[in-house]
Design a protein around this ligand. Structure first.
Ligand code: F0G
Length: 414
């Protein structure tokens, strides 16, 4: 069976042990499968009959066979060939992996279906997370599905309304902490240590990472087991880039893909400690005290999974880039208008990052690139409305409508 390993001192913990940080050195944990076991499990996958979804890869998930799954049908999101956007940016082979197509509208559902299934397997009746919005929306939905209690801590300041409405309607207890995300996260760590009956489901929880690794598997599956040259991902707390890399390396070890893509992380200016560490060739991050960006989902100054993320970027010979709010908003609008894909600002950072990297000559125009867009545009309708033309109010009269559209007056048939 798989086990939980400390990423630093390699201390091992059992798969059913509730432990969030290494008891010896305090670092975060990851799930490790014995390579032979993984190869054996791969034989159990019904590749031809089970459609694309997180649970297609059930034998690669550290969940007991008899466990009932808490699922809403996550994964199986579109990988959209984006010729028009590619032409606009000057690249031939561009794909958008649109995670906004998940049940609650973000990639978080991949992790939550596994995380909440594990929570119920362990007997938890109360789950908790800190969130910039999407994690709370997803956890609230899966907790509702499982029939267990849910508490979410969100930072003060603006929270995208779409996400907040989801957490609220699913019945979570929503606490808005007077502080930023990093502070809210510290509180949920403390609460879950102090009250052992509350199960922690932030992305340091390695079971969530296991669910999210399916995003890496799925991209390869959709490209006929030919990994792309590069995967570009928005980075906040850094769980997702680490998870996707884990999935890709597992597929590689199994011989299912022959090469590994360059992992490319994008952060927003004002919240970019990982990109800064990569660009300055440092082994440490310098946390940002007061992170700011319009991409509220990734407004994070002290990403917990930074070590895993830096490792993924370096091991894969990838890179990291920083984009401004203006570049993000421009990319959001372009994607919506050229490809018909509406994503929230944080998601658009992958497109903004690609544009910058092509300009800098880092991304070559013949590379096969997959940009991951992480959350649906309706999550943050305010930002979309602010940068679009307002509706024009007209009289209920055909002439008035024609005038507003700049059309010639209709010649009415006699
Ligand atoms: N994109 C969106 C839309 C997100 O909601 C997040 C994270 C990320 C990207 C970054 O992913 O943290 O794994 O690097 N949102 C978290 C939340 C922090 O609370 O919803 P990451």
């Amino acid at each position: 069976m798989a086990h939980q390993d400390c990423i630093n001192c390699k201390t091992t913990y059992g798969i059913d042990e509730v432990v969030y940080f290494c008891k010896k050195c305090g670092d975060i944990l990851e799930i490790k499968f014995d390579p032979n076991e993984l190869a054996e499990n791969a034989k159990a996958i019904e590749w031809k009959t089970i459609p694309l979804s997180v649970w297609r890869y059930r034998p690669f998930m550290p969940i007991h066979e008899s466990t009932r799954l808490v699922t809403l049908g996550e994964g199986g999101t579109g990988l959209h060939r984006s010729e028009r956007l590619g032409a606009e940016l000057g690249i031939q082979n561009l794909y958008i992996k649109n995670e906004g197509e998940n049940p609650t509208g973000s990639f978080k559902d991949r992790g939550m279906t596994v995380g909440v299934t594990k929570a119920v397997e362990l007997g938890a009746r109360h789950v908790i997370c800190a969130s910039t919005g999407n994690t709370s929306a997803s956890l609230a939905a899966y907790a509702a599905r499982a029939g267990i209690r849910c508490t979410v801590l969100i930072p003060s300041g603006k929270i995208a309304y779409g996400k907040l409405s989801q957490a609220m309607i699913h019945g979570a207890k929503v606490l808005q902490v007077r502080g930023n995300f990093d502070e809210a996260l510290e509180f949920v760590f403390k609460l879950s240590e102090k009250h052992r009956d509350i199960y922690l489901l932030n992305s340091i929880n390695p079971f969530r990472v296991e669910g999210q690794k399916s995003l890496g598997y799925e991209i390869c599956d959709q490209l006929n087991y030919e990994a792309p040259d590069r995967i570009i991902i928005p980075v906040g707390n850094a769980g997702n880039i680490s998870a996707v890399w884990k999935g890709l390396t597992e597929f590689y070890q199994l011989g299912l893909i022959k090469k590994l893509p360059k992992m490319t992380g994008i952060q927003a200016q004002g919240s970019a400690p990982i990109a800064q560490a990569i660009q300055t060739d440092s082994d440490q991050i310098i946390p940002v005290q007061n992170p700011e960006t319009i991409a509220t989902a990734i407004r994070i100054g002290a990403p917990v999974s930074w070590k895993k993320a830096i490792n993924a970027i370096r091991e894969s010979h990838g890179t990291a880039e920083i984009v401004t709010d203006d570049e993000i908003l421009d990319a959001q609008k372009t994607l919506a208008r050229i490809e018909g894909i509406f994503v929230e600002p944080a998601s658009a950072s992958s497109i903004a990052g690609l544009k910058k990297l092509i300009k800098k000559g880092v991304v070559a125009n013949d590379e096969k690139v997959v940009c991951i867009t992480t959350g649906h545009g309706l999550k943050d309708p305010d930002t979309a409305i602010k940068q679009s033309d307002e509706p024009i109010e007209v009289d209920a009269d055909i002439g008035a409508i024609e005038a507003a559209l700049g059309l010639k007056k209709a010649i009415l048939a006699r």
